[in-house]
Ligand binder design. Structure first.
Ligand code: MG
Length: 392
């Protein structure tokens, strides 16, 4: 029995069916890209020794930095450019793996992040008996064979029908020979086992996993949200202080509050919105607003903080995340905030894409104590939670 195999992961497709701007394997799923999640599944599979990743040539550096190094992936040992079709991409990966001495190979789609460690082991063990094995799901729906006119011509015996998935495992020379013949003789197949079958090889079926979803359409992405572990942290805290100064408007939660002084700062100094932005960025592990909007950058001079908040929410969206709720506390001795609180809550909730009931705003004096009590400045603290954004 083969102890380990090198995995070849084709991830060079452009994802026409997804209809998104990015290739499907690069889309976010609950805060981590689909491709990174697939590579994590391979990192967790003891049957896999190393991974050869096949990517579009022009995105090689970006993918290594963002999707491999950015998620501390351990087993990617080589990254090679893909070809025109999946089959060409797999051939490039297989050639590289063989140069690295691979005797056994597992081919696994870059868009199947949910395969369990045991599935890789079982597929490789089965290939040890015959030279090739494919994991496949039994057909659970009745399968009809239809003609071009859309009329059923036969109902197939579903007890003998299997839907091929990956991983697929092969003796390396067997797969290399099949790919070579396919290239010379112009064969096309939608999976590697198909080529080995055509070349006369025996392919063993291994019962697959229903959760081993291939994510190729927007509907698949919706189904995947329930299967993908949600990354920590989901909860973030923010805190901000601004000094009060004469001749400045007082902007709190995007509302201009009548007062004899306003808060001093590079932007509109909306202390409440700033604390909220910090809480959101913290929850997503994105640092703080000082990093995102440096106060040395003249672009943020007098900036409307609600605009900045909308940009923070957009940055969360790029990670597949969205605000779920927020709780804010404003610390100010004067003026009275209560009459303006509903408008502030409304502004913040709208920018977060939430209802006002999901955003709680409280205000307190500090009993005349400290810098807020002496009316030298105002402070705000915020806590925010995040949820999966669903479709990206
Ligand atoms: Mg601030």
């Amino acid at each position: 029995m083969p102890k380990h195999a090198m995995a070849v992961v084709p991830a060079a497709g452009i994802g026409r069916r997804m209809g998104a701007a990015k290739a499907k394997q690069l889309l976010q799923l609950n805060g981590a890209p689909i491709l990174s999640r697939t590579l994590m599944a391979l990192d967790a599979a003891e049957a896999v020794s190393e991974v050869v990743l096949v990517v579009p040539l022009d995105q090689k550096d970006y993918i290594i930095k963002t999707f491999v190094e950015g998620y501390q992936i351990r087993k990617v040992a080589a990254v090679v450019p893909g070809g025109a079709e999946r089959q060409d991409s797999v051939a490039n990966g297989v050639a590289q793996a063989r140069r690295m001495g691979a005797e056994w190979l597992l081919v696994h789609d870059g868009v199947r992040p949910f395969a369990s460690p045991g599935l890789f082991r079982r597929t490789l063990d089965a290939a040890g008996e015959t030279g090739a094995a494919v994991c496949a799901a039994p057909a659970s729906d009745t399968v009809k064979h239809a003609g071009e006119d859309g009329m059923v011509c036969a109902t197939l015996d579903r007890s003998r029908l299997w839907l091929a998935q990956t991983p697929q495992a092969f003796r390396a020379d067997l797969l290399a020979d099949a790919l070579d013949r396919a290239r010379r003789e112009g064969w096309q197949a939608t999976d590697e086992a198909g080529l080995v079958e055509r070349a006369g090889g025996k392919v063993k079926i291994v019962p697959g996993e229903k959760t081993n979803l291939k994510i190729t359409t927007p509907e698949d992405l919706v189904l995947s949200v329930g299967l993908a572990p949600f990354p920590a942290p989901m909860l973030g805290q923010g805190f901000d202080v601004h000094r009060l100064a004469p001749g400045r408007p007082l902007i709190l939660g995007g509302v201009a509050v009548p007062f004899d002084r306003g808060l001093l700062g590079h932007s509109d100094a909306d202390v409440l919105t700033h604390a909220l932005m910090d809480a959101l960025l913290a929850a997503a592990g994105l640092g703080d607003i000082g990093r995102m909007f440096p106060d040395t950058d003249p672009a943020y001079q007098g900036a409307n903080s609600l605009d900045l908040l909308r940009r923070v929410v957009a940055a969360l969206g790029e990670k597949g995340l969205a605000p779920a709720g927020a709780s804010l506390v404003l610390m100010a001795q004067r003026p009275k905030i209560a009459p303006f609180a509903p408008a502030m809550t409304q502004n913040l909730a709208r920018a977060l894409g939430l209802s006002p009931a999901q955003v709680n705003l409280a205000a307190t004096t500090t009993e005349g104590l400290g810098f807020t009590g002496r009316e030298e400045g105002m402070a705000a603290s915020a806590v925010a939670t995040l949820k999966p954004a669903g479709l990206v």
